[in-house]
Design a protein around this ligand. Structure first.
Ligand code: ADP
Ligand code: MG
Length: 692
């Protein structure tokens, strides 16, 4: 019987048929519990009648008075004007749409009660189209006992309807077990949290003296209670995934300092302090039998690849395979080139597998992976398809994790031959603290917070595409002085085909305008070999200018390239712009990035480009992006499910996150029985993939 409201469909309420149920479903309401969690946006005060003499402009109010006149006036638009007095003052009600019956009811001497917003009108104080009711003499004139909720709604669903439904749902809460309190009393008092039922009642029907301003800001204790529970449920679900993985058996792979030492000796540079520190943290994790779950954050260019290579070598030293998965073909290729070059001298075979590896070549690579002849395997998500059998997979490295989901993390177990591989997740998108604490709280975190020496910060210029000719001239000058440049085309359409077409057209035009330069083109629809050839030519300096789609976002490394033009940067997220810009500024000469926008820009658009101009710090940029666009955009669409909160708002409720974490560990040790029901209450779907 406990916690039943989520099982009772809205159709069990009076007057809810299929059509209304459809409308409710549109705003995410399927059950009575959904109704209770559907919180008001704001409130109206209908708890008292305001004397006309004390009305204030702009403040919704209930008034009551006697009709002294009701006339049709033919102004610019015909309207019904009804004059009302109450002994303290008077007001006019104005209706542009009215029926004969309405007009007749407003006869002299009738008592009328209205709710609406007083404004300054042609005849003094006026209310336009107020809600109203004619009150007959024998009717008791009650007002509301509580503030009136205004709910988020959808077309065809009136506030009145929603209010009735919510109060019916509230009625069900009289049953003591209908909405079970899963937070133990000790926890509620320790964190000054209201009981759930009390918070819900309060939010749907606040008392007349409630602090409406605080509620509007979402900072009322009753609101905190719900946000707290929701964040807690999300946190617990991630902890549960973490616990499941960490409890599985892994392969201890202690540091043996053989291959890793050889590798460092042949490396043309010394790792930075930050690289060394993070590599050590990973090395310690790998030596444990509990599978590692570690996220490495490092700004673009901070040298994550070297750190990944060290981890891979520690696995190989222990006779295990390491697989590196990249989100795109191009990035996988880049990694393959790097790893082959670094590891071949150490006698290590590197295999290569993407969705585009076909036929005989594919068979060959699969064989290398299956027999274990290849100790290191590089590829795209194709690596974790069913047909790929690893010999002894000990470590999975996932680059740019934000494009993969939590479920892949769980599925890795299948590839580990009874034991779960260690997991190292690398991201160049700095993750703001609020997101890290919520969305990534199942992972341990290391940050490479230092760039290799000798980098010159990129100078960023924001300029309108009115001045395209000038910019083209600049590209010519830079290239003729022996530097290289990128020209990045963006397109609003999702379609890769259209993006590539746009890049082709741009390359053609630039070739006409800049005949003295050799210009290459690279985009996602080219064959792998073609792409590799173009990249090679650019790297070798045979091409001055590389026209590209955003495929070059990640991984491309050409130190001599010191100028980047990005067309229509207003279409991209800040994190993506930051990634792109990270392709320049890798050499000794000063680099420039030109953000060539298409005006006019929105206020937000201006602000965003300004952030790019003013900062080169990925963390600052990510925080700003979060502030301007919200977490869904920052994380990318795939993971928005994880932050699709009903009540909580990561930015507004940031101050709750620390206590949520503490409360979660308290529950895990002292009240584990509450965990499942809490997760089920708030994430009925989210938990499903945790079953893997
Ligand atoms: P990211 O973190 O963006 O993946 P990479 O691993 O691609 O960065 O490294 C960027 C460039 O910096 C590469 O050319 C790499 O060889 C070089 N690099 C990495 N670490 C160092 C270091 N400690 N000193 C000098 N150069 C380094
Ligand atoms: Mg990288």
């Amino acid at each position: 019987m406990a916690d039943k409201l989520h099982e009772i469909p809205v159709t069990s309420l009076k007057g809810v048929g299929a059509a209304l149920a459809d409308k409710l479903a549109k705003i995410g309401i399927h059950t009575l519990q959904d109704l209770l969690f559907h919180l008001p946006l704001r409130y109206q005060d209908r708890t008292r009648i305001t004397p006309l003499g004390t009305l204030q402009f702009g403040m919704d109010a209930v008034i009551q008075g006697t009709v002294v006149a009701a006339d049709i006036v033919n102004g610019r638009r015909r309207s019904l004007l009804c004059r009302v007095q109450d002994g303290t003052g008077s007001i006019s009600l104005r209706f542009y749409h009215f029926s004969g019956a309405q007009r007749n009811a407003m006869k002299r001497g009738a008592i009328i009660r209205c709710f609406g917003e007083p404004r300054r009108g042609a005849s003094g104080l006026e209310m336009y189209h107020p809600e109203y009711r004619i009150i007959s003499d024998d009717q008791t004139t009650t007002v509301e006992d509580t503030l009136t909720p205004v709910y988020p709604s959808t077309e065809g669903l009136t506030q009145q309807r929603l209010r009735t439904l919510c109060s019916q749902a509230l009625g069900f809460m009289h049953h003591p077990d209908a909405l079970q309190e899963w937070l133990p009393a000790s926890l509620l008092s320790a964190y000054h949290q209201w009981p759930l039922v009390e918070a819900i009642r309060y939010l749907h029907n606040p008392p007349p003296d409630a602090d409406v301003q605080t509620m509007l800001e979402g900072q009322h204790p009753a609101q905190h209670r719900l946000a707290f529970e929701e964040l807690l449920a999300h946190h617990l679900s991630l902890q549960k995934i973490r616990y499941r993985i960490r409890r599985q058996e892994g392969h201890p792979m202690p540091a043996r300092h053989k291959l890793t030492t050889q590798f460092l000796e042949q490396l043309p540079f010394t790792p930075t302090g930050a690289q060394q520190r993070v590599a050590k943290e990973i090395g310690q994790d790998l030596s444990q039998s509990a599978p590692m779950l570690r996220l490495v954050q490092g700004d673009v260019g901070s040298g994550k690849t070297v750190v990944a290579a060290l981890a891979a070598l520690q696995a190989v030293e222990n006779d295990f395979q390491a697989a590196l998965m990249a989100p795109t073909e191009i990035l996988a290729e880049q990694h393959y080139a790097n790893f082959s070059q670094w590891l071949r001298p150490l006698g290590i075979t590197v295999a290569w597998l993407t969705g585009k590896t076909k036929g005989k070549k594919r068979e060959q690579q699969l064989e290398l992976i299956r027999t274990g002849e290849a100790a290191v395997i590089i590829g795209t998500h194709a690596l974790f398809q069913e047909e790929v059998t690893f010999n002894r997979l000990g470590l999975a490295i996932i680059d740019e994790q934000h494009r993969f989901g939590v479920h892949q993390r769980l599925a890795l177990k299948e590839k580990g031959h009874g034991a779960t591989p260690h997991q190292l997740i690398m991201t160049a998108t700095p993750i703001p603290r609020t997101l890290a604490m919520s969305v990534y709280s199942d992972l341990d975190c290391s940050v490479i917070d230092e760039l290799p020496p000798g980098r010159t910060p990129v100078n960023t210029i924001v300029i309108s595409d009115d001045r395209r000719d000038q910019i083209i001239g600049r590209v010519r000058d830079a290239c003729l002085e022996g530097r290289q440049a990128y020209w990045v085309c963006t397109l609003i359409e999702e379609s890769e085909a259209l993006q590539c077409q746009a890049a082709e057209v741009t390359a053609e035009k630039l070739r006409e305008l800049l005949p003295e330069l050799s210009i290459g083109l690279i985009h996602g629809r080219m064959k792998a070999t073609e792409k590799a050839e173009v990249m090679e030519a650019f790297k070798e300096g045979h091409l001055h200018l590389l026209v590209a789609t955003t495929v070059i976002e990640v991984g491309v490394d050409v130190p001599n390239a010191s100028l980047m033009i990005i067309e229509n940067p207003e279409r991209l997220g800040l994190a993506q712009l930051h990634q792109l810009r990270g392709r320049v500024g890798r050499g000794k000469v000063a680099s420039h990035c030109v953000l060539m926008y298409h005006g006019p820009l929105s206020q937000q658009g201006k602000e965003r480009l300004q952030v790019m101009r003013d900062s080169t710090d990925g963390f600052v940029i990510a925080e700003k992006d979060l502030e301007l666009r919200g977490p869904g955009e920052v994380l990318g669409t795939r993971q928005t499910g994880m932050i699709d909160f009903r009540v909580a708002d990561l930015q507004r409720d940031e101050q709750l996150l620390d206590t949520v974490k503490q409360a979660a560990s308290l529950l895990m040790t002292e009240h584990p029985e509450s965990i499942e029901p809490l997760i089920r209450r708030w994430l009925p779907q989210g938990d499903r993939y945790a079953e893997a």
